[in-house]
Write a protein that binds this ligand. Sequence first.
Ligand SMILES: Cc1cc2nc3c(=O)[nH]c(=O)nc-3n(C[C@H](O)[C@H](O)[C@H](O)COP(=O)(O)OP(=O)(O)OC[C@H]3O[C@@H](n4cnc5c(N)ncnc54)[C@H](O)[C@@H]3O)c2cc1C
Length: 406
Amino acid sequence: MAKSDPIAGVSLWHEESGAFPSQKLTRDLRTDVLVVGAGISGALVAEALSAIGRGVTVIDRHHPADSSTSASTALLLFEIDKPLVVLSEKIGKEKAARVWRRSFRAMQALTEKIRRLKIDCDYKERESLLLPGKVLGPSGLRRECETRAALGLPSRIAERDELKREFNIDRPCAILSGNSAEAHPVKMARGILEKAAANGTKIFSPVEAKSIEATEKHAIVTTKSGHRIHANFVVLCCGYELPKFLVAKSHLIVSTWAAATRPQPENLWRSRALIWEAADPYIYIRTTVDGRVVIGGEDESHNDNERRAKRTPAKIARFRSKLKLLMPQIRFEDEDVEFAWSGAFGASETGLPVIGNVPGLPRVCAVLGFGGNGTTYAQVASEMIANALNGKAEPDLDLFAFGEND
Ligand SMILES: Cc1cc2nc3c(=O)[nH]c(=O)nc-3n(C[C@H](O)[C@H](O)[C@H](O)COP(=O)(O)OP(=O)(O)OC[C@H]3O[C@@H](n4cnc5c(N)ncnc54)[C@H](O)[C@@H]3O)c2cc1C
């Protein structure tokens, strides 16, 4: 394992990783849109563009969906990492409201898309439960809930009695919201890529983009093997690690941990809601279709995979003590933990992604889905880029443009 590897340990989804039908690149190419990166962001962008009739080519230096998408615990939330009241203080009320509304609509659209395209990825609509923590205590949560309700977002306060009865959680209150989901992240990304391929998208791997030249008329990506791909537009969906030709000022790469137990359906809460806390760093908990408990979080601000691997036993111990306090019925002794892994993800000061034209590179845009909501932001990016290339008005370009959150 190298220091710079993106994932340490074995993710719950690793069996789905590996070969995905893709072509070898043996010559120069011309394409309408080139998407660099075949994780969940590249998959959603390729599907959205191919669905509106654009000619799409996707390249990836590894197997599709093998990078941070395969480490994701795939809690799919419209609730972004920064609470609405906190984001309002950072970027102003009006913009924060637009970000939260956009993220809400993106989750609705993602759920509708998975259903309409019949993507087989264990996708289950769930409620989410936000517990009090150091960022928002009980009174902060009540204020957050009122602010959300004023925007028409589907959040309400669950009081202590309900938390005890429905979750066996002893806390003064929490925010219960609708419009969330869980999924198998590798099956989801690959299923979406398959739909893009059915719409005519060509997928090549392993192919690494090395450099890019862009003019007002076209962009040319040169690959590590020296082939040149001429495109009308290029969309960079390279994940947490930015290519050398992409600069985002305050982009940080941080580390995060996750673990999954053996199936224990007898110990799960009835609604199987996704649970997280208003803390920083926070932990989060979900279940899987076969009755496992997945817990993650405990982020640290470094990107060193060897250090991540060494810290895993300590992180498992932290998860255990937190679970014992929160939901003592969940089994999480060493023999119960079947998978433990850690990975890198991109972060920004506001927690918001960067989606937009790369300064100095006309015809090139990038999708940097920062924070713990990478999948929701990938859906937002796919809508924004499809609107832009389809000549449709896109009202939220300013929210995520380069220079705003990078
Ligand atoms: C442990 C963990 C838990 C997480 N949990 C959640 C969660 O619950 N919910 C959620 O929404 N998000 C979660 N995330 C974040 C989520 O995984 C990411 O935001 C998301 O997967 C990013 O997808 P992506 O397609 O942008 O990037 P990636 O999946 O990293 O894909 C980028 C692709 O680009 C390719 N690439 C990069 N550079 C080049 C190049 N120069 N040439 C060619 N190809 C290139 C890579 O090989 C890779 O396949 C989690 C992350 C981790 C690590």
